[in-house]
Ligand binder design. Structure first.
Ligand code: NIG
Ligand code: FE
Length: 412
């Protein structure tokens, strides 16, 4: 069972590396012009220049003539909150009228609003909503995704979210990582007993989630008025004891110490990074922790973009992700994320594409199976219509240049 792609104008993102890309390597996106690619089952079996293709298309089960379009690895979205209930456009309008994200959160809106909705929603309905969102993202070229809990904030709600993430993985056949984010906010009942909620996370939620094998990672929203660096370290340490590696929400609204806390607990990634000082940048550059930037969240909250140029120039390993969620990024469109990283943060197109593919895969510890074009990797591919150069992709922001998406070798 095999599939042949011919007349690929540009086959971009050819890479066998294993380590995250940083510095000059982040700006290199190796490509082959006028290429073919062969898929066997769900994997890339071979590729090369058209002139060296020995077989005839008739020898294959199926054949796609790419007509000069560009083929690149599907997006790896390493930070989403894809499972949520309903939407929050009323808060969006409040923000237009001048109310801030922090003010909305303080009056019980924001994350707590989504938590109330989620706890009123059945698992089947949550799955239905999540599946609709995932279908849209697949068509926009997302091939691998991470999904967090964090809108339950109750034992049952958190378990339900993670079970829905598992069902999404099973139904889609996609590589899906799941992350336990019970420490997303303090629920209203624990407003005056924060310690009690942390005990609930550590003593009840974590053991049940670990026993059911529902999560790969543990996450904490380390932020002023949410979880302190000390609380973050305690929760991550407890997560590690259950086999969950940390990845964090850090330095979004303030210079919170989250980056250093994350590095200290060996976090795979620290995400957001809108609010960075020199100490946090230096610490990140000297660590093995990925810095994951979420430009659409900064854009939607009308915050200054993450200092991506300073981070990249300091030698940090950077990934880009959508943060898809109902409060700060109601879009999971990675094409837009890549454009916005170039427009708002001055990443070069090659840097942004690497950050949204190979480094995203590294942030999920899945660089052996996705994130680049290499023999043996999953055949998760985006085929664009013919474009004059790779830079045209982020340049033509808002246009859908995708002609076809193949996930696990199957055209959608
Ligand atoms: O990553 N910052 C924390 N969590 C989400 C937003 C959650 C929400 O507003 O619902 C984020 O931006
Ligand atoms: Fe997030």
């Amino acid at each position: 069972m095999n599939l042949l792609l011919t007349n690929i104008g540009r086959l971009a993102g050819i890479r066998d590396a294993r380590a995250p890309l940083r510095g000059a390597a982040l700006a290199e996106l190796p490509a082959l012009e006028d290429a073919y690619l062969i898929i066997e089952d769900d994997r890339i079996a071979a590729f090369g220049p058209m002139s060296s293709l020995a077989q005839q298309p008739g020898a294959f089960r199926a054949h796609i003539d790419c007509c000069g379009g560009t083929v690149l690895p599907a997006w790896v979205d390493s930070h989403t909150h894809l499972v949520f209930a309903g939407s929050r456009e009323a808060e969006f309008v409040d923000k237009i009228r001048g109310v801030s994200y922090a003010e909305i959160a303080a009056r019980g809106g924001g994350i707590l609003n989504s938590a109330r909705l989620l706890n009123e929603t059945s698992e089947d309905e949550l799955f239905r909503q999540g599946w609709t969102r995932l279908q849209e993202l697949r068509r926009l070229g997302t091939g691998t995704i991470e999904i967090k809990s964090g809108y339950g904030l109750t034992v049952e709600g958190e378990l339900r979210m993670l079970r829905v993430a598992r069902r999404l993985r099973e139904k889609s056949g996609m590589p899906v990582r799941s992350t336990f984010l019970g420490a997303h906010s303090f629920p209203a009942e624990y407003r005056d007993d924060r310690e009690g909620y942390i005990r609930l996370i550590i003593e009840e939620m974590l053991p049940r989630i670990a026993a059911e094998g529902l999560a790969d990672y543990i996450d904490v929203f380390c932020e002023e008025n949410f979880f302190t660096p000390e609380q973050t370290i305690r929760i991550c340490t407890a997560g590690r004891a259950h086999g969950l590696k940390p990845r964090l929400h850090a330095n979004q609204l303030a210079v919170s110490g989250g980056v250093q806390a994350g590095i200290g607990v060996g976090a795979v990634s620290v995400d957001h990074l809108e609010s960075m000082d020199d100490a946090a940048i230096t610490a990140l550059a000297g660590s093995d922790t990925m810095g994951t930037l979420l430009p659409t969240a900064a854009f939607f909250l009308r915050m200054p973009f993450q200092p991506a140029r300073a981070l990249a120039d300091a030698g940090c390993a950077l990934a880009l992700a959508s943060d898809f969620n109902p409060g700060s990024s109601p879009s999971g469109n990675m094409n837009l994320v890549v454009s916005m990283a170039c427009i708002g943060m001055k990443l070069l197109p090659e840097e942004a594409i690497n950050a949204a593919t190979f480094n995203g895969a590294c942030a999920l510890e899945w660089q052996e199976q996705c994130g680049s074009i290499a023999v043996g990797k999953r055949a998760d591919l985006i085929l664009t219509r013919p474009i004059p150069s790779l830079a045209y992709l982020p340049y033509a922001f808002g246009s859908n240049l995708i002609e076809k998406v193949l996930l696990g070798g199957e055209p959608l």
